[in-house]
Design a protein around this ligand. Sequence first.
Ligand code: NAP
Length: 248
Amino acid sequence: MKILEGKTAIITGGSRGIGKGIAEVFAAHGANVAFTYSSSAEAANALAAELNATGVTAKAYQSNAADFDQCETLVKQVLEDFGSVDVLINNAGITKDNLLMRMSEEDFDKVIEVNLKSVFNMTKAIQRTFLKQRSGSIINMSSVVGVKGNAGQANYAASKAGIIGFSKSVALELGSRSIRCNVIAPGFIETEMTAKLDPDTVQGWRNAIPLKRGGQPEDIANACVFLASDLSAYITGQVMNVDGGMLT
Ligand code: NAP
C-alpha cells in the first residue's frame, strides 16, 4: 500500500514551484489532492489533469489564501468534493523584497497577508473538521529566512518567523485531539523563479551550501510526505530545515 493512500490533502499555491512538486509527489504516494492557485488557471488545470491520469482524485481551485471568507468557502467546497480532509499544507507565498528604507507600507502588509494571515485563515477554516475527526496534519511553509533573517526581506522574514510562532501555538492547542502542526523551512529551492536569475550568482549560492546544490521541489515534497503520514505520528510543533545544511 502507498504511504498516503486514502488521505486527502489541501495544498495552497499548487500551480507551480514547490506546491506543484508537493502535489505531484503526494499523488505518486497515493494521496488525493485539492490544490489552490491565485491566477495560473491554465497551469493549475493541466496539473489536475496530469494527477487524475495517475489514478488519484485531484482538483484545482482558484482561491485567494489571504482572504478569510474565500478560505472558508474553499474548505467547504473541498469537503463536498472529496468527502474528507486529512492534511493541510499552507504553501502559498510571495516576496516583495526591498531594504527597509525603501519598503512601502503596502508591500509590508501584502506579504504579511499572503504569507502569514493565509495560514491563520486556512487553519481556522479546517479546524472544525480536524477537531471532529480527532486527527489531522498541518504543515506550514516557512523559510530559512524566517529562522535567521535576511537583509532586503524584512517583510518576508517577519511573515515566515510569524508562521513558526503560530504553528507552535497551534501544536500546543490541538495536540490533545491528535492534530499535529509542523513547519518546514526550505533553503534555496530551484524553481522557475530562480531559473531567471544570473547563472553565476546561482552557482555562488550552490557552492555555499554544504550539500553543494540547490534544493528541488521534490526535496521539500518528500519532507511533507513524512510529516503528512503516520510515520511522523509523534512529531508536532517542530521546524524542519530542508536546506542542504545551510543553517548548520
Ligand atoms: P512560486 O513558484 O512563486 O509559487 C507560488 C504559488 O503560490 C503559486 O502556485 C501561486 O499561484 C500561489 N499563490 C500566490 N499568491 C497566492 C494567494 N494569494 N492565494 C493562493 N495562492 C497564491 O513559489 P515557490 O518558490 O514555489 O514557494 C512556495 C513556498 O515556499 C512559499 O511560501 C515560499 O515563501 C516558500 N519558500 C520558497 C523558497 C524557494 O527557494 N523557492 C525558499 C524558502 C521558502 P499562481 O501560480 O496562480 O500565481
